[in-house]
Design a protein around this ligand. Structure first.
Ligand SMILES: NC(=O)C1=CN([C@@H]2O[C@H](COP(=O)(O)OP(=O)(O)OC[C@H]3O[C@@H](n4cnc5c(N)ncnc54)[C@H](O)[C@@H]3O)[C@@H](O)[C@H]2O)C=CC1
Ligand SMILES: NCC(=O)COP(=O)(O)O
Length: 332
């Protein structure tokens, strides 16, 4: 059956709208629907010389039809405020969150099979007076899910994160046995069900330099991370660590693993972006719905220029399609 994927362009001043417009030129087996302001899209299309694309308004009660190149389906949501490429406007924060809410609700109500999100600027949403740390936490909250895990992935490397958008100063306190147990549960379950890895080979990074150097450079590695790893090893899973993060991301170790778990955002993601920026996707594991996303930010400098690369958005949509088909197979 044809799947329905909702795509939110994210920050309207960024490259999200440009990338979404580029989808008209691609083939998808599923139905692709942008949840966005059609007027904003038309203005961006004009700027980019893509104004021949037919924008078709849809509602979610119709049966999904495969994507037709040259056309784009749009579920209309009005920006309500001025929107210039490259210029953030806090007055559009409500619009951005509304597109996410519509997409989340449609998935929760089984009117759509997955949502793929474009990048948002977290600061401008906060500047509008709305506390917002990221899609990951927003989807967790809106789906009433106790624990989710952020994972960025390419064909060759999967990097999951134990903590997401918190200040570095708070990371060590956040690494508790309870957190790690929950993160490992979500991660291992998703690697098994969504990625078909029966016994995932996982490398877990330590928190401190040299994984604590036997306790001389911090106690978290031995006292908190190692016992959680041991629990999984006793269940027969090939989980290795805590490894010094610099060693873990060396080819020697990665060649023996299906996935890696980093303790914080900037421990794992620079490696992923160095090796695969532009062809990676971001997935929120543990949600009742499917959410994939791009591996990059709003790139305000490129909005409206035609120089933004849509590789990651294509990967994120294709992966959402794959996950939706997988879940439908499991459900039958
Ligand atoms: N999924 C999301 O919503 C994400 C949002 N962000 C947000 O994006 C904002 C800007 O973040 P930055 O760290 O500056 O990262 P960024 O990814 O927006 O930009 C970093 C550099 O990469 C380039 N770049 C980014 N995407 C590109 C693309 N598709 N094609 C070609 N070049 C591209 C940019 O021009 C810039 O030089 C922040 O507010 C951050 O919170 C960042 C990552 C993910
Ligand atoms: N660096 C990836 C990132 O921060 C994405 O955050 P989110 O908005 O997907 O939660």
């Amino acid at each position: 059956m044809t799947k329905r994927i909702l795509v939110t362009p994210g920050e309207p001043a960024g490259i999200g709208p440009d990338l979404c417009l580029s989808l008209a030129q691609h083939h998808f087996d599923s139905e692709i629907i942008l949840v966005a302001d059609p007027e904003m899209l038309k203005m961006r299309a004009l700027l980019l010389g893509l104004d021949l694309i037919q924008l078709q308004q849809v509602d979610l009660n119709s049966a999904p039809q495969p994507h037709q190149p040259g056309t784009l389906k749009v579920l209309p949501v009005s920006c309500g405020a001025n929107c210039e490429p490259g210029k953030l406007n806090p007055q559009n924060a409500g619009y951005i969150l509304k597109t996410l809410d519509i997409a989340i609700d449609a998935c929760l109500n089984n009117q759509a099979d997955a949502v793929t999100t474009g990048p948002v600027n977290k600061a401008v949403i906060n500047d509008a007076g709305i506390p917002f740390t990221g899609h990951t936490e927003y989807f967790q909250q809106r789906c009433h899910t106790d624990r989710v895990v952020m994972m960025l992935a390419t064909e060759e490397l999967k990097v999951a994160l134990a903590t997401t958008h918190i200040p570095l100063r708070k990371v060590a306190d956040a690494i508790t046995p309870e957190l790690l147990e929950e993160v490992m549960d979500v991660l291992m379950h998703s690697l098994q069900t969504d990625f078909g890895l029966e016994k995932p080979r996982l490398l877990v990074a330590g928190l401190n330099p040299h994984a604590g150097e036997s306790g001389h450079l911090g106690s978290e590695d031995e006292e908190i991370i190692a016992p959680v790893i041991q629990q999984w090893r006793e269940l027969g899973f090939p989980v290795t660590g805590p490894l010094p993060a610099d060693t873990l991301y060396a080819r020697h170790w990665l060649d023996q693993a299906d996935a890696t778990l980093a303790m914080y955002h900037d421990q794992g993601l620079p490696v992923l972006k160095y090796s695969g920026f532009g062809r990676a996707l971001n997935i929120t594991l543990g949600l009742p719905i499917i959410r994939t996303s791009v591996d990059h930010g709003t790139a305000l400098d490129l909005a409206g220029t035609g120089h933004a690369n849509n590789g990651s958005l294509l990967v994120a949509i294709h992966y959402a399609e794959k996950m939706a088909a997988n879940r439908a197979r499991h459900a039958n």
